[in-house]
Design a protein around this ligand. Structure first.
Ligand SMILES: [Zn+2]
Ligand SMILES: [Zn+2]
Length: 329
């Protein structure tokens, strides 16, 4: 456990108190999600899925405005980067630094993705890096699901959405996200999570009304820019946990099953270069070389050029080559 926490500190920028015991808290004492949490988690994953079915049904019947898809794109892009650039690369791994106002904005955008409050999200993801594909990993497709095709399917389902529903590996925020708990800006956004969820659903409604001049246009825009957007973002994020620990190529030996899944990279804004990411967790870029499209890395580069990001973490070609040599040895 001590080694794991040291690794987490090194690779994921976790600040861990030295006064903490070396052994993990007993599972029975850990803050397992309440029944209310579980119902909420199931609700936010199932209800948007049902609404997606409804959206497709009414679109089939002819009720789909071009404005709905415009609103979907307008809202999806910043919220998606809120997860990848904000929650993941900025808050979890500290791949770059920025102004407090921009930290607040990234936390707000990520919150609108309805994947949980920022501190909880970060705690789970840091725990994933600390225990990747071993006992303790909140969402490994490889641990404790049995063998054969059934075991593989069970593992994939657990890594994709089962862990969200049943939450059997809680991530203690005071252990894994202590730095963010003492960050006033991040804490404020964390505590007002539901506000940003509602704002993220209200904005598509407002855009729909503005673009169509009708309330019904606002409602269908809210369906696509709200519910459908949430489903798409959820399942692309979940795919990193499931598909990118199961299918694809392993460039680096990382001690886990993380993989690079090239076809998924454009849709996940670069997050599917997941083996690269496990090899160098703090790197602002997950794509290696110019052909590995990494839109989130490009956003961070753009912010840096504008003077809005600094201390951007880059991995030197020498370090990458050394890691590759270690892999091939
Ligand atoms: Zn991973
Ligand atoms: Zn990560």
């Amino acid at each position: 456990m001590a080694d794991r926490l040291r690794d987490a500190t090194l690779h994921s920028a976790v600040t861990v108190s030295t006064s903490r015991p070396d052994t993990p808290p007993a599972r029975a004492l850990a803050p397992v999600g309440s029944l209310g949490d579980r119902i909420a988690n199931i609700g936010v994953t199932v209800v948007p899925l049902l609404l997606l079915g409804f959206a497709i049904y009414i679109a089939w019947g002819g009720t789909l405005h071009w404005q709905d898809l415009v609103v979907l794109a307008i809202v999806y892009v910043p919220v998606g980067f809120g997860v990848t650039v904000g929650f993941h690369r900025l808050f979890t791994h500290r791949s770059f630094q920025t102004y407090p106002a921009l930290r607040a904005l990234w936390a707000i955008l990520g919150s609108a993705a309805v994947e949980g409050p920022v501190i909880e999200w970060v705690a789970y993801h840091r725990k994933h890096h600390a225990f990747s594909d071993e006992v303790g990993d909140p969402h490994s497709p490889h641990v404790g699901h049995g063998s054969g095709i059934l075991g593989a399917l069970r593992g994939l389902l657990h890594a994709h959405v089962g862990w969200v529903w049943f939450n059997d590996e809680p991530a203690e925020e005071d252990i894994y996200a202590r730095d963010l708990m003492s960050d006033r800006v991040v804490r404020a956004v964390d505590r007002t999570f539901l506000v940003w969820v509602v704002v993220g659903i209200a904005i598509p409604f407002g855009l729909g009304v503005a673009l169509t001049g009708e309330v019904t246009g606002g409602l269908t825009a809210m369906l696509w820019g709200g519910a459908v957007r949430i489903v798409v973002c959820h399942h692309l994020t979940f795919s990193i946990n499931s598909l990118c620990h199961f299918f694809g190529r392993r460039r680096y030996e990382t001690g886990d099953e993380s993989r690079n899944l090239a076809w998924l990279a454009p849709f996940t804004f670069g997050e599917a270069w997941h083996n690269n990411h496990h090899a160098f967790p703090t790197s602002a870029r997950h794509g290696v070389g110019r052909w590995e499209l990494d839109l989130s890395g490009m956003v961070i580069r753009g912010l840096e050029r504008l003077g809005l990001a600094w201390n951007v973490v880059r991995i030197s070609p020498e370090r990458r080559a050394a890691k590759l040599a270690g892999t091939q040895a």
